[in-house]
Design a protein around this ligand. Structure first.
Ligand code: NDP
Ligand code: HSE
Length: 436
């Protein structure tokens, strides 16, 4: 069979990884795909640098439009990043009848609905395994391996950069800026690292997983997003004392009232496997009604782990390129006419447990005032830690862990607690998940 021709958009961390792995494992990949997969054209900004990397193996151009409009290319692999240019390129590639593989979670989470509709109308495939959790085949697992299940919830460490930062800060006592620089040098961080730090990247990925798990459209604009920039070392330390680790989790959960879709720092019991996922590693915990809990663990970022997923998509697309579009796996796991418009719940309606740190005057009656406010809102306390004031100080911290309650109750309790004259400064609130 003739080789399938691939046009690569971007030869950065993931693009170069894809080029190298495809070249190194060419024969093994061909035995799997049934056809050779050949990169024939690459678009980058810096053509000279790319030529130095790939030699004469393929044509290198400075204009990505030449790739998506090239009639000899069967599959376009988009590894540029960002959403404006790439949306236009991907839609043009689809309009030209080309299959698309992308690692671009922002593109899929924000414009996925429009892209899938265009692809469906044109009868081409759009594959995006690398968009979630780098090298872990989580899209395939959710879409195919778990298709017998009613998925109940997913919780994942799905941003390598922030997990790397949290781990290095805790283990080596390094400061935030130093560790972020390391993550950038290692190729983990997005071109704009605030996407990592502020939870946006994880929210893109959680949005994609929610769509595939529950058969709903991509609804990134409804995701609740909090990153790690406001996280304080003292809360990491208190959490450890209480037997918990703090991780940036992407969570999506099916409830009777709708779907929860949120990214935020989260306390997890230190004994859970996922609490011990360190460095740039990712892990996704999926609760299905038949299978129970299953966890998918591996490298969530970096050149070759991500290339592993990009090439797996290339193999899938190559195998199915000649199949009747009706018989391919649907983009969102559910048939397009079976996608539901379920509500994404506002944060006030979500239910979870909470860690609260309250700075108080070290005097009689404070604790009683705080617990009365909590009891009035039916918030039940699970554990409590009160530190002795430091030498010469008259203020101290009270740390409380609550049982599950609605977020709106906790917000009201915090408002009331902050009005007590014996309470100083804002109450720190971090959500807590047992993941049991
Ligand atoms: P890089 O910044 O390392 O590479 C981007 C590439 O795109 C570069 O080769 C750059 O060219 C090229 N490029 C940028 N703008 C243009 C343009 N206008 N025309 C032509 N080429 C252009 O990004 P990554 O490889 O890290 O990421 C690529 C995608 O993969 C992103 O969507 C990212 O979110 C996603 N991803 C990244 C992971 C990672 O670990 N890095 C993991 C999973 C997904 P030049 O080389 O000339 O500058
Ligand atoms: N910036 C992302 C991360 C890359 O750190 O996880 C992988 O998607």
């Amino acid at each position: 069979m003739t080789p399938i021709k691939v046009g690569l958009l971007g030869l950065g961390t993931v693009g170069a990884g894809t080029f190298n792995v495809l070249r190194r494992n060419q024969e093994e990949i061909m035995r799997r795909a049934g056809r050779a997969i050949e990169i024939t054209m690459i678009a980058v900004r810096n053509v000279e640098r790319a030529r130095a990397l790939v030699g004469d193996a393929c044509e290198v151009v400075g204009d990505p439009a030449l790739v998506v409009n090239n009639p000899n290319i069967d599959i376009v692999v988009e590894l540029i990043g960002g959403v404006d240019l790439t949306k236009a390129l991907v839609l043009t590639a689809i309009a030209n009848g080309k299959h698309v593989v992308t690692a671009n979670k922002a593109l899929v989470a924000i414009h996925g609905n429009e892209i899938f509709k265009a692809a469906q109308d044109k009868g081409v495939m759009v594959a995006f395994e690398a968009a979630v959790a780098g090298g872990i085949p989580i899209i395939k697992s959710l879409r195919e391996g778990l298709s017998a299940n009613r998925i109940e919830w997913i919780a994942g460490i799905i941003n390598g950069t922030t997990n790397f930062i949290l781990t290095e800060m805790r283990d080596k006592g390094l400061d935030f800026a130093t560790v972020l620089k390391q993550a950038q040098e290692l190729g983990y961080a997005e071109s704009d690292p605030t996407f990592d730090i502020e939870g946006v990247d994880a929210a893109h990925k959680a949005t994609i997983m929610a769509a595939i798990a529950f058969g709903i459209p991509m609804q990134f604009d409804k995701a609740h997003i909090e990153g790690i920039s406001q996280l304080q070392a003292i809360d990491i330390a208190y959490a450890e004392q209480l037997g918990y680790r703090i991780k940036l989790l992407g969570i999506t959960k099916r409830t009777a009232k709708g779907i929860e879709l949120r990214v935020h720092p989260t306390l997890i019991p230190g004994t859970r496997l996922i609490a011990n996922v360190e460095g740039a590693m990712n892990a996704v915990l999926v609760q299905g009604d038949a299978v129970g809990a299953s966890m998918y663990y591996g490298k969530g970022a970096g050149a070759e782990p991500t290339a592993s997923s990009v090439i797996a998509d290339l193999v899938d697309v190559t195998r199915l390129a000649t199949a009747d579009p009706e018989h391919r796996v649907p983009y969102l796991a559910f048939q397009p006419n079976a996608i539901n418009q379920e509500v994404i719940l506002p944060m006030s309606e979500i239910t979870t447990s909470y860690y609260l740190r309250i700075r108080v005057a070290d005097q009689a009656g404070v604790l009683a005032d705080v617990t009365r406010i909590m009891a009035d809102l039916s918030i039940s306390i699970d554990a409590m830690l009160q530190k002795e004031p430091a030498e010469g100080e008259v203020q101290t911290d009270i740390i409380m862990l609550t049982h599950q309650t609605q977020e709106k109750n906790v917000l009201e309790a915090i408002r009331n607690i902050e009005q007590l004259s014996s309470v100083f400064g804002p109450v720190v609130k971090i959500r807590l998940e047992q993941l049991s």
